[in-house]
Structures are given as structure tokens and as C-alpha cells.
Design a protein around this ligand. Structure first.
Ligand code: ATR
Length: 282
């Protein structure tokens, strides 16, 4: 049996085992692979990577708080992971353990699936954490009209904008959340990459309310639990098109699945499994 693992701390909330085991079953790969969660502290990372080198574990997902710290134990990281500055997927290549980041491709595929064209658009991103970095760096490769990042910590947003300018050559504006209304009204796409609105954390909170929005704006919340955040409810009131984070979650998982198994992921099964679980949890 080939073992796949998601590591993090805490790890109980992770939906990756649910999604990946459903996908493995649908393709009858559950005879060969099994995916499980493993709570892990920092001191255990080096041994874990060694167990991957030994072939005991063939692939892994990495979640908080190890997405950045695990990088120093790896044998290599992809260009994408280097740009984002964090890994979420590990795979073995001829005994070498490589870190990749599939959040950017997950985000992009979710946009494509929803027929969102980013060319010549003004895009406002809220947040500058790991998820915001993946989204902003992905978007910076496209010919957007204006990319603005707002974050509670302006310093963190400036680091992200400097990275984008230096590594991709794209100019990004940075603003404090105090200026939020100026940057939401005329945005064609607004993306929440903060944890504001997340279940069990800051649920029923939002940084943007309906009067700050224009009906022409597409509002994306990368949060998937709850399925409809307070932000998306406000966006609906304003008449905006809305997209939640389930697409990004599924497509980042799908990219990892393909890497580990070499098979095209059963997207419908993955999505239905996730939605059934989340609808039951609402
Ligand atoms: P992730 O990797 O999932 O993006 P993270 O790195 O902890 O998680 O980032 C969380 C984001 O939510 C950050 O942009 C954070 O702002 P700071 O960088 O200023 O901490 C943002 N965030 C969390 N709680 C917030 C709040 N109450 N108001 C505004 N922004 C908040």
C-alpha cells in the first residue's frame, strides 16, 4: 500500500483525506494508495521527510504551520513554490523529495471554471498571507489593468508587492485596510484571501459590506467553510457574481493527485464529496 499523508498542526479539520480517498476509490486506486492525516510538530519534520526518501510515504500535503518551515528539509522546490515562498505538496522524484505549491494553479483553474477573464481588469486582493501570495503571484503573470493588495499589516503586503515586482516585473499597489472602500467600488474582481469569515474563527464577519460594492464586481472568497460567507452574502445583496473557495480547494487537490498517481483526477467525485460534507456541516 502506498501511503499519502497530510501533515500539519492542528490537522483534524483537514478535508484533504476525504477528497483524496474519494478520488482514489472512484478510480479503483484505493487498493494501491491510502491517504491519511498526521498531526506533526516542527521537530518531527526532518524524520518525516526522511521516511519519504525511504519510500514509505509516496506523497504529502503540507498545511499550517509547516508550509514554509518544511522547505529547508527538502531536496528541491519548484519554481512556483519558490515564488510563493511556501509548499503545499511534496512528491518524490528518483528518491529526492520535491516541494511544490498547487494553490496558484488551483486558484487559476477555479477562475477558468467560472469563466472569469482577468485581462485588463482591476483586481483588489484582501490579505497578504500564504493564500493571498498564491493568488497575487498567479494573477501577476497576467495582463491585468491594476492589481491592488490591501492587508491589515501593510508591511506584509509590501513584502509581497516587492517580491512580485522583483521576480515577475509587475507593479502592484499596496494599501492599508483603512482605504478599503476606495478599492472595492471600482474593482472588477475582488478576492478575499483573509481568514475573516471563516467558520469557528471570524464567522459572520466581513471586511466588505454591500454598500462598498458595485454590481459589476465579481466577488471571490477563497474560504470554503462556510460555503457562503458573510462577504458573499453581502456581495449577493449588491448584485455581484460570487464564487466561493471550493473550486480552489478541489483544483489544488486535483493537481497534487495527478502528480502522485499520474491519473486524471475524478473532479466530479471530488467536488460532490466535498459539497456533501460541507452542506452537512452548515
Ligand atoms: P493563509 O496562509 O491561509 O493565508 P495566514 O498566513 O495566517 O493564512 O493569513 C491570514 C490573512 O488574514 C492575513 O492577511 C491576515 O492579516 P495580517 O497579515 O495583517 O495578519 C488576515 N487577517 C486575519 N484576521 C484578520 C482581521 N481580523 N482583519 C483583517 N485581516 C485579517
Amino acid at each position: 500500500m502506498k501511503k499519502l499523508v497530510v501533515i500539519g498542526d492542528p490537522i483534524n479539520h483537514s478535508l484533504s483525506p476525504l477528497i483524496h480517498n474519494a478520488a482514489l476509490k472512484a478510480l479503483e486506486l484505493d487498493k494501491d494508495f491510502y491517504y491519511e492525516k498526521q498531526r506533526m510538530n516542527h521537530e518531527e519534520l526532518a524524520d518525516f521527510i526522511q521516511s519519504m526518501r525511504d519510500g514509505e510515504i509516496v506523497g504529502a500535503n503540507v498545511t499550517l504551520p509547516h508550509k514554509e518551515t518544511v522547505m529547508k528539509y527538502l531536496d528541491g522546490v519548484t519554481q512556483e513554490a519558490k515564488l510563493i515562498g511556501a509548499v503545499n505538496t511534496l512528491y518524490s522524484e528518483r528518491g529526492k523529495i520535491i516541494g511544490d505549491n498547487t494553490d496558484g494553479i488551483g486558484f487559476l483553474t477555479s477562475l477558468e471554471e467560472n469563466e472569469i477573464n482577468v485581462t485588463h481588469k482591476k483586481i483588489t486582493i484582501l490579505g497578504a498571507g500564504g493564500a493571498a501570495r498564491a493568488a497575487a503571484i498567479t494573477l501577476a503573470h497576467y495582463n491585468t489593468r491594476k492589481l491592488v493588495i490591501l492587508n491589515r499589516s501593510v508591511k506584509k503586503a509590501k513584502i509581497l508587492s516587492r517580491d512580485i515586482e522583483e521576480k515577475i516585473g509587475k507593479k502592484v499597489r499596496v494599501k492599508s485596510l483603512k482605504k478599503i472602500e476606495e478599492e472595492t467600488k471600482d474593482a472588477e474582481i475582488l478576492i478575499n484571501c483573509t481568514s475573516v469569515g471563516m467558520k469557528n474563527k471570524q464567522e459572520n464577519k466581513t471586511l466588505v459590506v454591500s454598500k462598498m460594492l458595485n454590481s459589476h464586481t465579481t466577488v471571490i472568497d477563497i474560504i470554503y467553510n462556510p460555503l457562503k460567507t458573510k462577504l458573499l452574502r453581502e456581495a449577493e445583496i449588491a448584485g455581484c457574481k460570487t464564487i466561493n473557495g471550493t473550486g480552489m480547494l478541489i483544483h489544488q487537490a486535483a493537481a497534487a493527485f495527478k502528480m502522485w498517481t499520474g491519473k486524471n483526477p475524478p473532479l466530479k467525485t471530488m467536488k460532490n464529496t466535498l459539497l456533501t460534507h460541507l452542506e452537512g456541516a452548515q
